[in-house]
Design a protein around this ligand. Structure first.
Ligand code: AMP
Ligand code: ZN
Ligand code: FE
Ligand code: FE
Length: 288
């Protein structure tokens, strides 16, 4: 039996997927099996601030094994003028030492924040012990969902969104901000690694005027298709993306939780081919 109903996935690519290498619930082989069963033709694993999956699962070897296209991917969390802005990177140079170090520094900040959140939780009376702390410290790209899962396992809450609403969202008692890159730094790093920077789920932004600035800094695409985007948002983003001659990408943002559907908002394979065939002029990123 299919774990998720097969929608119109044939010859399409899901370009936004999280795995156990960040806060997704499924492993790479589990997702590949599922995607193959659904008839997806292309995948990009886009873990938060992590390209570790690409070291353990080489995209070329995955292509041979599963007969699908695999775009090396990442989703970098950034902050600018009061907004969290996620920048996707495709076809990134995942073997480049400085690019790996760049992401490692974001992971170190994640670890620092995780320790601070645990401290606040204990102050609030939620009992997280040394084992919990040790387990969190072992997750390189640790995020709030990992902490929420522990609280759910301990019976304090039954659902992830409750933990965020009550404790972990901005303004709540155990929220701790994280030092991040700016979106411009993320775009530059992706470009310098030879990759294609794309703005993730702009529908979640309060102020879309940032898009013009990002384009001035050589953003190459907009994630037009995303499960949180209503039709109206898709139409206006598509119009904007076409007017700026950018790539329109899409994907499910699959984490494996509740209503997540692998293959949702998948895009035509020509998007994958365009990304693979876009040659980045490395001097471009120094233009601004
Ligand atoms: P972090 O990486 O620690 O900033 O946490 C962000 C991640 O938490 C997102 O990628 C989502 O997967 C998840 N998340 C954020 N808000 C919620 C929510 N209300 N319910 C469930 N998951 C959430
Ligand atoms: Zn996530
Ligand atoms: Fe995101
Ligand atoms: Fe995501």
């Amino acid at each position: 039996m299919l774990l998720f109903e097969s929608k119109v996935c044939k010859m399409k690519a899901d370009l936004h997927i999280h795995t156990v290498f960040s806060d997704g619930l499924y492993t790479i082989p589990e997702i590949c099996d599922l995607a193959a069963e659904m008839g997806l033709a292309g995948l990009a694993f886009t873990d938060h601030d992590s390209i570790d999956s690409l070291i353990y699962y080489n995209p070329q070897e995955l292509e041979k094994r599963y007969g699908m296209n695999f775009l090396p991917g990442v989703e970098i969390g950034t902050h600018w003028k009061g907004q969290d802005i996620h920048i996707l990177g495709y076809n990134i140079g995942y073997n480049i030492g400085w690019f790996r170090d760049f992401l490692s520094s974001a992971q170190e900040e994640r670890q620092k924040r995780s320790e601070k959140i645990v401290h606040l939780l204990n102050q609030q009376g939620y009992e997280l012990n040394d084992d919990d702390v040790e387990n969190l410290a072992k997750i390189p790209s640790v995020g709030r969902p990992h902490i929420a899962e522990i609280l759910i396992e301990k019976g304090y809450f039954s659902r992830m969104d409750q933990v965020f609403d009550i404790l972990l969202n901005p303004g709540k008692p155990c929220y701790v901000p994280r030092k991040t890159f700016t979106p411009f730094e993320a775009i530059e790093a992706i470009l310098n690694s030879g990759g294609i920077p794309v703005l993730a789920h702009p529908g979640l932004l309060k102020d879309l005027s940032i898009m013009d600035d990002l384009i001035k800094h050589n953003l190459k695409g907009i994630e037009v298709y995303h499960p949180v985007h209503p039709k109206k948002t898709v139409y206006s983003l598509l119009k904007y993306t076409v007017s700026k001659d950018l790539l329109a990408t899409g994907g499910s943002d699959f984490h494996g939780h509740g209503n997540d559907e692998l293959g949702k908002c998948a895009v035509a394979m020509d998007v994958v081919h365009k990304i693979k065939n876009t040659k980045i002029n490395l001097r471009e990123s120094c233009k601004t």
